[in-house]
Design a protein. Structure first.
Length: 323
């Protein structure tokens, strides 16, 4: 398969570190030095499904296809205000698509998990054109009285359209059970038979542990991926890494000994948008003309679970109409 269209959408409301320091015991300098994040966009007027629809429409438009040409829709999403129906069901008809659809929760690695699943659909002849929309509102998982988590996240949506082709070289997705380091619990209805009344628990994160797990796992993924494709860090033109923390990206860059220019970032502007971070970055780079025909890209992400995903792909330039 190959990517033939990209799109993204961000909430209008921009929230700076100083704005957060107005009601949390934090500071612009702490957030910037520990994470690299300066501002984030947070949902206020819009809904997540509206963002997802805009990102998807932009991706379909740039692909040159029509909504009815899409024959599978995958939404990468951790949680939204609906438990059921799925986000993909909610956006399907408004997009004008008429195809099977499914949500996939691969935490922050969900976009790469979705690509991996799409790849399997192409290889088994199940689909000719697939739309992936990664739409996330992690700001809604946080306890906004806690500085440890609420300063890290932003909301947003990124989308790609895939068709048959030779763009993707290899995938590796991994998973392990570490429920204690990163979780968000939602309460379910109480039944006469359930002994424990559960409460919604806003996002809990052992930051340092997640940091170490992320660096270790991403370095392993990159090493395995390069070695089994007989490549070195030099052979990758650009690394599109999950935008969680500049220091995590920097640790991976240092391990590879590759120049900073190969590691584009936008976490300064948007914070950690979970699985939407890589497709948003990809859309911005592609529309800015930074992704050239034939470039080799490496995409890598990690997330709660603990899960990781990595892929290597060749880029084919996309032509965008003036907007
Ligand atoms: O997509 C997956 C999502 N998660 C991640 O990617 C998170 C990975 N982890 C991280 O990015 C980092 O661990 C954090 C940015 C979360 C924290 O950075 P750190 O350098 O690991 O700091 P720390 O947790 O070790 O905390 C250092 C200090 C503590 O104070 P004491 O105990 O030294 O007095 C914290 O209480 O910083 C304090 N602190 C803060 N101070 C100001 C924690 N959060 C804040 C804050 N503002 N927002």
């Amino acid at each position: 398969m190959k990517i033939i269209g990209t799109g993204s959408a961000l909430p209008e409301k921009e929230v700076t570190n100083d704005m957060l320091a107005g009601f949390l015991e934090t500071s612009d300098s702490w957030i910037t030095t520990r994470t690299g994040i300066q501002t984030r966009r947070l949902l206020s007027k819009e809904t997540l499904s509206e963002l997802a629809i805009t990102a998807a429409q932009n991706a379909i438009k740039s692909s040159g296809l029509n909504p009815e040409d899409i024959d599978y829709l995958i939404c990468s999403n951790v949680a939204n205000s609906y438990v059921s129906p799925s986000l993909s069901s909610i956006i399907l008809a408004p997009l004008g698509c008429c195809c099977p659809c499914i949500d996939l929760n691969g935490a922050c690695a969900g976009f790469i998990y979705s690509l991996d699943m799409a790849d399997a659909f192409f290889k088994t002849g199940r689909a000719k054109n697939i739309l992936i929309v990664a739409a996330e509102e992690p700001s809604r998982f946080c306890n906004w009285h806690e500085r440890e988590t609420s300063v890290l996240f932003g909301d947003g949506a990124g989308a790609v359209v895939l068709t048959e082709g030779e763009g993707f070289k290899d995938f590796r997705v991994t998973a392990d059970t570490h429920t204690d380091v990163l979780y968000y619990k939602r309460s379910l209805e109480v039944t006469p038979y359930d002994r424990v009344e559960e409460k919604t628990m806003p996002l809990v994160m052992q930051g340092r542990e997640v940091f170490k797990l992320a660096v270790r796992a991403c370095i392993k993924d990159v090493d395995v991926m390069l070695e089994r494709n007989n490549m070195t860090g030099e052979d990758i033109d650009m690394y599109l890494l999950h935008q969680a923390n500049m220091r995590i990206i920097e640790s991976i860059r240092e391990h590879l000994g590759q120049p900073k220019e190969k590691f584009p970032t936008n976490l300064q502007k948007y914070g950690n948008t979970s699985s939407a971070s890589i497709p948003i970055l990809m859309d911005e780079l592609s529309r800015a003309g930074e992704l050239k025909d034939g470039m080799t890209l490496l995409l890598s992400a990690f997330g709660g679970g603990f899960v990781t995903g990595i892929t290597i792909m060749k880029w084919s330039e996309i032509k965008y109409e003036e907007e």
